[in-house]
Design a protein. Structure first.
Lengths: 253, 253
DNA sequence: CAGCAGACATGTCTTTGTTAATTGCCGCCG
DNA sequence: CGGCGGCAATTAACAAAGACATGTCTGCTG
C-alpha cells in the first residue's frame, strides 16, 4: 500500500503511449559525439553482424541503434544454417541491447528495404542515460514492448498450428505497419518473402507455401513478388485466434 | 568516431558483470513506500495473474517485481488452454515490464518452489529511476539479458529438433542454477515436471517423455519425481549444439 | 539466350501429436 | 489404518502434421 508520490519532472512522461525514438526530433538535444546517422542500405543487406564492417567500425561494440525508416529483421542461425527470425524492425524500434560480441554470432540484422539508422555508442550508454533524462524510460519502454512481441511470437511458434501462425504473423505485421503509418503505398504491402515467413514461424518453406496458399484461397491475403498484400486483417486475426488487432492502446509504464 | 567521454559517477557501474537486484543489499537505499517484500508462496502457486489478489491489491498495475529466492516461470495461454512457458525465473530476475493489464491475460507467473519477491509499484517507476541512479541500468541490463534468453528460446522452439530442444533447455537451466548458486542441494536438481518441459519446448507431453527417456538412457540426465537431475551438462550442451555453457562471462553494457 | 531465383506443385518419409490405458506415489479422509 | 482420488510418469498403437527431395514454370537479369 504505498502512497502516491508527487509527480516530478520525470514523471511527466507517464503514461507513455506513443513510441519514443521515432523521428529525428527526439534527438535534438544530442551532441554529434553521442550519435550518428547511417543510411544507404539496400534491401537484403546486412545491417549488423558479428564482423560486419558497417556498425563495427571504431568500437566493436557499437551495436546499439534505432531504425528511423524502413523495414528490417533480426535473426539467429545454428551452425548448420537453420535460421530463426526473431522479430521485425519498424521505424522506432531499438536494436542491440541483446548484446553482440564479435565472433559469438549472437544475432544479426538484415534490411528488408532501404533503411536509415541512428547509431549510439553502446559503451557510452551510461553517459547518455545521465545526460538525457527520459532516455532511460524510452529504452525501458522499447525493451518492454519488444519483449511482449517476443512473448507472443514464442507462443505462436510453440503452440499455434501452421495456419494460425501464418495468420497471426501477417495480421501482426499489418498492424505494426499501420501504426507506423507507412503512408507511402496505398495498398497494405509487407515486404517479405515466403522464406522469411518460414524462418519466422519455424516451418519449412514448402509447408509455408501451402499454408499461405490456403490463406490466399480464402481471400485473406494475396501474394506478390516478395511481398504480401493484406486483404482482410480481421479475418486473419480471427483465423489466428488473436485479439490483438482490436487491442486498445494503453500505457505500458 | 566519438571520443571517449570522461567517466562519471554513473559510469562506474560499467562494465556490469554481476546480476543486479540479486540480494536485499541492493535495496538498502529504498524507502518502505517504494517497495515491499512478499513471501510465503508454495510450489505451484500463481504469483501474478490478471485478477490475482496477491499482487493486484491496491493498484491493479503493481505487477513489477524481482525474485529474491526460489524458482518460478512465466507463461501465456491460448483460449483453448494450450500453454507456452516463456522463461524461467531465478533469483535476481525481474518480471512485469512486459505489461499486464487485468482482463487481458497478458501473461502469468507461477512458482516452482517457495519464493520471496520484492515488489515495486509499476506506476512509480519514474520516481524510482530518478531517486536511484543506477536503477535504470540495472533494469536495462536485466531486460537485455531476458531478451537474449528469449531469443535463444525462440531459436530452440523454431529450429531445433525435439532432442536438441530438451537438451538445450536442461543444460541452460543447469547453467543458470549454477550461476545463482542454489548451494542448498548438493545434487543438481531442476524443480520442474515433464509437463513444464513440454510446455516450454512446444511439444506434447508424450513426445517429451520419450525424448527425456532417450536422454536418460544416454546417462545425460536422470528423472526424479517432479525434478530433473543433471548428470552430464557438457554432454547435454553437445547434443543441443549449444556452446553457451562454456561462454565466457562478459559485460553486457 | 542462358542462368538464376522465387513461386508453385507432388509424392514419400520422418517426426510429432492423439488417445488411451497402466503404474506408482502421495495426501486426504472416513 | 486403509481405501480413494489425483497427479506424474510411462508405454503402445495409430493418426496427423510437417519435412524433404524433386521438378516445373515464370519472370528477371546479365
Amino acid at each position: 500500500m504505498s502512497t502516491a508520490l508527487p509527480n516530478t519532472t520525470v514523471a511527466r512522461r507517464v503514461p507513455c503511449e506513443a513510441c519514443p525514438l521515432r523521428d529525428n526530433e527526439h534527438f535534438r538535444d544530442f551532441t554529434p559525439a553521442e550519435l550518428k546517422f547511417v543510411s544507404g542500405f539496400k534491401r537484403g543487406e546486412l545491417v549488423s553482424e558479428a564482423g560486419s564492417m558497417i556498425l563495427a567500425e571504431g568500437s566493436h561494440n557499437a551495436q546499439l541503434f534505432t531504425l528511423l525508416s524502413g523495414w528490417a529483421f533480426r535473426y539467429k542461425t545454428l551452425e548448420d544454417g537453420r535460421r530463426q527470425i526473431l522479430n521485425y524492425l519498424l521505424p522506432g524500434d531499438l536494436v542491440g541491447l541483446q548484446g553482440s560480441v564479435i565472433g559469438e554470432m549472437e544475432h544479426s540484422v538484415e534490411s528488408l528495404s532501404p533503411v536509415v539508422l541512428c547509431v549510439f555508442q553502446r559503451d557510452n550508454l551510461p553517459n547518455l542515460f545521465e545526460n538525457h533524462p527520459g532516455l532511460a524510460f524510452d529504452v525501458t519502454w522499447l525493451a518492454s514492448r519488444e519483449e511482449r512481441m517476443l512473448d507472443e511470437n514464442l507462443l505462436s511458434v510453440g503452440r499455434r498450428s501452421a495456419t494460425e501462425r501464418a495468420a497471426y504473423l501477417i495480421a501482426f505485421l499489418y498492424q505494426r505497419s499501420e501504426q507506423v503509418g507507412q503512408g507511402r503505398s496505398s495498398r497494405h504491402l509487407i515486404p517479405i518473402t515466403q522464406q522469411h515467413v518460414a524462418d519466422t514461424l519455424g516451418l519449412s518453406i514448402v509447408h509455408t507455401n501451402k499454408t499461405l496458399r490456403k490463406l490466399a484461397s480464402r481471400e485473406l491475403i494475396r501474394w506478390h513478388d516478395r511481398a504480401c498484400e493484406v486483404l482482410d486483417p480481421k479475418g486473419l486475426a480471427e483465423v489466428a485466434g488473436w485479439d490483438g488487432l482490436s487491442e486498445s492502446k494503453r500505457p505500458l509504464i
